[in-house]
Design a protein around this ligand. Structure first.
Ligand code: GLU
Length: 495
């Protein structure tokens, strides 16, 4: 049997280190067995999926050297590899499940479902679909479908008993069917949900090993039942431990940069990032922490995956990166890499228009532009004018700026400019007062090249990280304060 693994990211945001982590383990398992590693794009959530995000995911995995054998860009014998292009395929199987009595059309409106949920909760029960449409007569279903009444298709779930999920790393996990909802398989718009699409695709693409995050364990019973309904063989399932913040919560961008592009832009080496991700979930037989992708592949053994919650520690990654630079890079190679990274002609040509008017001699260039090469500029709270705006006000402004920046899709000068104009208006503050703290956050200095151009050049990952850093320097925002700010922000967006 040929080993086939897949990574299946949803293109709904920045390329996440978690995607690289899964890809790495999928790649190692496939390569070790002379098998194939597939990249599939799970874009059934049409409202949130974007081609830009898909392109960024592909680009960042490629930067890391995690190359796939089949995928939306290179094709392959099991394509298409984008779920949005496979709609008709899923439709057939949904129909089959309905025809064979394993799934049913549900016509319940959002209000009905809401009421159902509230009633169940008031009785202290877990909210789940109560199955009412399952009992509609075939004639009624036919008539309502003929009248094009909006509906979803849900799967039937056994009324009692439990399901055993065999996880290669965790052994048998028993989950009661009473915990499992009658999952929607096909939405009103005819698109499948993740649960339907993932089962159909993993089967049709002949995936032998599903490696994914542990957050999917509770979904596994639904998937297993679908395999059973459709009479298909179940692949091996491996739920990897989730990457965590230092406080053990699930890795989140509020506490740790999660975008692969951030690490690239900060000047980490792809070799070190891959090594670090490998080290988080796996160890070499001799305990050596520094290893290349090829070494990991040749020594790979699923049994050496550790289940402890791996903490993504940027300082440790930095330490490892330093080892790579010192131990593996000649001065020549160092020079080549740093040139590729930022010190190249193309980049200089972007910087020069910003500083030409501001320097008389070359030696004035470095102090003016150092912030374009830095990670987090060094400054403390005294850099901000806290006499004019309190620290709390500054944190509030910067948090709103951060949310706007996180939502900004096309990152260029004019869009950044508009963003601040609109936010200034919505907050009803002078644009100067809005931009002053952002200036410090981004450049660390009161004098620097024009802000919007600099931000365009620095890119979204570094800018967002710097604004987040500035909020921390100003004392940080507690969970409770964040809730309040979220409410204010929503009100702001409505006004
Ligand atoms: N699209 C899912 C995700 O982004 C894939 C989960 C899986 O691997 O089954 O997490």
């Amino acid at each position: 049997m040929k080993v086939r693994t897949r990574v299946a990211p949803s293109p709904t945001g920045d390329p996440h280190v978690g995607t690289a982590y899964m890809s790495l383990f999928c790649l190692c398992l496939a390569r070790q067995h002379g098998g194939e590693f597939v990249l599939r794009i799970e874009d059934t959530d049409a409202a949130r999926s974007t081609p830009e995000s898909e392109a960024a995911i592909l680009e960042s995995l490629r930067w890391l050297g995690l190359e796939w054998d089949e995928g939306p860009d290179i094709g392959g014998p099991y394509g298409p590899y984008r779920q949005s292009e496979r709609k008709d395929i899923y439709g057939q199987y949904v129909q089959r499940l309905v025809d064979e009595g394993n799934a049913f059309h549900c016509f319940c409106s959002a209000e009905t479902l809401d009421e159902m949920r509230k009633e169940q909760m008031s009785r202290g029960e877990t909210a789940r679909y109560d199955g009412r449409c399952m009992h509609l007569s075939p004639a009624e279903v036919k008539a309502r479908l003929a009248a094009s009444e909006p509906n979803v298709v849900r799967m039937k779930i056994p009324a009692e008993g439990s399901c055993i999920v065999h996880d290669r790393l965790r052994g048998d996990i028993e989950i009661d069917w009473s915990q499992i909802d009658m999952q929607v398989l096909q939405k009103t718009d005819g698109f499948p949900t993740y649960h339907m699409a993932v089962v159909v695709d993993d089967h049709l693409m002949e995936i032998t090993h599903i490696i994914r995050g542990e957050e999917w364990i509770n979904s596994a019973p639904k998937h297993l039942l679908l395999y059973q309904y459709l009479g298909w063989e179940v692949p091996e399932i491996i739920h990897m431990p989730l990457l965590r913040n230092p406080d053990k919560s699930k890795l989140s961008k509020r506490k740790n940069p999660t975008s692969i592009n951030f690490y690239r832009r900060m000047g980490f080496l792809p070799e070190a990032v891959v090594n670090y991700l490998g080290m988080l979930g796996w160890s070499m037989p001799d305990g050596e922490e520094k290893f290349s992708l090829d070494t990991m592949i040749s020594h790979f053994d699923l049994n050496r995956i550790s289940l402890g919650g791996p903490v993504f520690d940027v300082d440790k990654l930095k330490w490892l990166n330093g080892r790579w630079l010192r131990e593996e890079f000649s001065d020549e190679a160092f020079a080549d890499r740093i040139t590729d990274w930022a010190l190249n002609r193309e980049n200089l040509l972007k910087v020069i228009p910003l500083i030409k008017e501001r320097v008389d001699i070359f030696s004035e260039m470095a102090p003016l532009t150092s912030f374009l090469l830095e990670g987090m500029p060094a400054y403390d709270v005294s850099a901000f004018n806290t006499k004019k705006q309190s620290e709390e006000d500054l944190r509030r402004i910067l948090q709103f700026v951060l949310w706007r920046l996180e939502a900004l899709r096309d990152w260029h000068r004019d869009a950044i400019n508009n963003l601040f104009m609109e936010l200034g208006e919505a907050l009803d503050i002078k644009i100067r007062d809005l931009l002053a703290p952002v200036f410090i956050a981004i450049s660390g200095k009161p004098v620097a090249p024009p802000l919007f151009d600099s931000m365009a050049l620095l890119g979204p990952d570094i800018c967002r990280a710097r604004v987040r850093h500035a909020i921390e320097v100003l004392g940080g925002v507690s969970k409770k304060q964040l809730k309040k700010l979220e409410k204010d922000y929503e009100a702001l967006n409505r006004s």
